[in-house]
Ligand binder design. Structure first.
Ligand code: BTN
Length: 318
């Protein structure tokens, strides 16, 4: 499939015979691959008798030159065709001493979600990247960070015209109950010495409903706005919003973003159950504190919970 997308990525017409020759396939087999590729990526392919196949306008592959121009000179950005997980790759490179700052991939073969889940990462249709952020301000920089990143993603998808989206603590970005993006932060190094946080983000951009079953309900920007969306545009907006929240986060801390975050929390005031591996507590969501911890009012007053491995469910969910 990658080969097919690459041939078509110039936006020009290619005849079935020419594609078949390049790929060593019959024209019928090319047609079959084309159907399969459209189903998996959601890309529209125009087919014109006598001319051949052409990809729809927005069905572009990522272009490293454009991405580098967006983030500016001096940022070590790498674009990979396929990788297990951009977070794992970033960690591995940093461990080897490289000053890698951004890694983006067309596909992840073992994309990771929170709490041991997988993150479906089909080729060429969504955005998967990891940003390596040095920790220079100690704990203040990290407290509430995953919530701040969620806010940057939410602002991005709203800029693109998605309505009805919001946040679910700690960092899910949802439209109704469907997930449109996910964030995975991983800390590496020693806080007392040199440490980094790897900020991994996966945004469902052009994925369509026919993609293989995913355990959680999900949606994509394209599904919400009714058209394919340029991943370069999504990346440009998201990178800009990330730069803003990260600078607030390191200079002033999450407290500065807290009101904005709380105003967008879909589960504010809702009855919830919060569980870890061995406990489960019921109560009503009161908000988040300046460390990004979730406040839940129980019979014993308000208790605060810190992110990571906790799972939050609505109490009336059956
Ligand atoms: C979640 O909501 O469970 C978090 C999903 C995080 C997915 C992103 S995609 C880029 C980066 N690399 C990974 O393996 N995971 C994160």
């Amino acid at each position: 499939m990658h080969e097919l997308l690459k041939i078509l990525s110039d936006g020009k017409f290619h005849s079935g015979a020419a594609i078949g020759k390049k790929m060593g396939l019959t024209r019928a087999a090319v047609w079959k691959r084309m159907q399969n590729m459209q189903t998996r990526t959601g890309y529209a392919v125009e087919s014109v008798p006598g001319k051949g196949y052409r990809l729809g306008l927005q069905a572009e592959l990522l272009d490293v030159k454009r991405l580098r121009a967006l983030v500016g000179e001096g940022v070590d950005l790498e674009l990979l065709d396929s990788v297990g997980s951009t977070n794992d790759y970033a960690r591995q490179e940093v461990r080897r001493g490289r000053e890698l700052q951004l890694v983006i991939a067309e596909e992840q073969t073992s994309g990771k979600g929170r709490r041991g889940r997988d993150w479906q990462s089909p080729y060429g249709s969504n955005l998967y990247f990891s940003l390596v952020w040095p920790v220079t301000e100690g704990m203040r920089q990290l407290e509430g960070l995953s919530l701040a990143v969620g806010l940057a993603v939410l602002r991005t998808i709203e800029d693109l015209g998605v309505t009805g989206a919001g946040l679910k603590w700690p960092n899910d970005v949802l439209v109704g109950r469907k997930k449109i993006a996910g964030i995975l932060l991983e800390l590496m190094g020693d806080l007392a010495d040199k440490s980094y946080v790897v900020i991994g983000a996966g945004v469902n951009v052009n994925m369509v409903s026919s993609v293989d079953a995913i355990s959680q309900p999900w949606t994509s920007i394209a599904e919400q706005v009714g058209r394919a969306v340029s991943r370069h545009e999504v990346f440009e907006l998201l990178y800009g919003h990330l730069q803003k929240v990260l600078s607030i986060q390191s200079e002033q801390g999450f407290e500065q973003l807290r009101d904005d975050w709380e105003a967008r929390h879909l589960w504010h005031g809702k009855k919830v159950t919060i569980s870890s591996a061995n406990t489960s507590i019921n109560g009503v969501v009161t908000g988040v504190n300046s460390r990004g911890e979730l406040g839940i009012k129980t019979g014993e007053g308000v208790q605060y919970f810190a992110g990571g491995e906790l799972s939050l469910r609505l109490s009336d969910d059956s």
